[in-house]
Design a protein around this ligand. Structure first.
Ligand code: DGY
Length: 317
């Protein structure tokens, strides 16, 4: 905020809550750049509130909250914050995986309730992590960082991705490709890492849960709507899968009520990038991106690569 204040005329929502759509529309009427959060829906109507808007800089790597096509049509640059939250989010996937597999929350509750009667041979038995098989749905930066951690647990690593890696890369990373439907029956853990698009909406639904082992755990640190939450709740209730560790939800911040009742689900409030170091780096990148466009430069993390800077023949009516 200090940097933005020094380098621009800054106005911001200081209400300690997400701005409403109306507040965003009113707030951007006279600005060159908008630095927004993943909770802000930036669509054509919002962009049209200011025909001079040059950049929408998202304080997130995911940008499903922005209508990129509408921005490109208006020659508005869209930017994000890739790279800086990779390890942090991979750590979170692992936190959820270990917490769900080893039933840490149930254990915590048992101890806190002061009803714990001491060690028992069959108490809160969980799933073995070391040597198990983990499958990745989507295999970009964050999935690869999560897989790197899986290596240290001697896990077998499978992945499905829209584009298959080269054989050399597969060998170097020690991972094996599976066609989408073939991935699920083999895995003890399935970790979701695709971006949310029209094609990935409800990519995991009834059918995929039916294909999974009844002992398997689902981890989602990507975007909620990639998983059909209703179908997930049903699969967990029916024992079709054993557990889930979720950081993201289909209708954030609303969570499917059935999930609250299930002890085999770990629910985190979208904390994937939530460390001081990572959020600071994300802020720095978002500011770099925003100010670069306002200065007339190409930003470091341009999403809509068709965008043309002014020097490049682009214009803003
Ligand atoms: C992102 O940057 O897309 C993450 O979801 C933030 O935690």
């Amino acid at each position: 905020m200090q940097r933005l204040e020094a380098e621009s005329q800054l106005s911001y929502g200081d209400l300690d809550r997400a701005l409403s759509r109306k507040e965003i529309i009113e707030g951007i009427r006279d600005v060159d750049g908008l630095l927004c959060l993943l909770t802000d829906q930036i669509d054509a109507e919002v962009m049209d509130a200011n025909p001079n808007l040059k950049v929408v800089s998202n304080y997130a790597v995911g940008f499903n909250n922005i209508d990129v096509q509408a921005a490109t049509q208006r020659n508005i640059a869209v930017t994000n914050t890739p790279g800086v939250l990779t390890d942090c989010t991979a750590d979170m996937a692992w936190a959820l995986l270990m917490c769900s597999a080893r039933r840490v929350l149930e254990g915590d509750q048992l101890v806190r309730s002061q009803k714990w009667g001491g060690w028992e041979p069959l108490q809160l038995l969980g799933a073995e992590i070391s040597g198990a098989t983990i499958g990745f749905v989507g295999f970009g930066r964050i999935a690869k960082a999560t897989a790197k951690r899986a290596k240290a647990f001697d896990m077998q690593i499978l992945y499905w991705n829209r584009t298959r890696l080269s054989e050399i890369e597969e060998r170097q990373l020690g991972v094996q490709y599976r066609p989408f439907d073939d991935l699920f029956p083999e895995c003890d853990f399935v970790s979701v890492h695709v971006a949310l698009t029209d094609q990935t909406h409800h990519l995991l639904s009834k059918r995929q849960f039916a294909l999974m082992k009844s002992t398997a755990t689902l981890i989602n640190t990507a975007r909620g709507p990639v998983v059909d939450e209703e179908a997930l709740a049903e699969a967990l209730q029916a024992g079709e899968i054993a557990a889930a560790g979720l950081d993201v939800y289909e209708h954030e911040p609303v969570v499917h009520p059935a999930l609250f009742k299930l002890p085999n689900v770990v629910l985190a409030p979208h904390l994937g990038s939530a460390t001081v170091q990572t959020r600071t780096k994300m802020g720095t990148l978002a500011i770099d991106n925003c100010l670069a466009v306002c200065r007339g430069d190409r930003p470091p993390n341009l999403v809509n690569t068709q965008w043309k800077s002014f020097g490049d023949g682009g214009s803003k009516e």
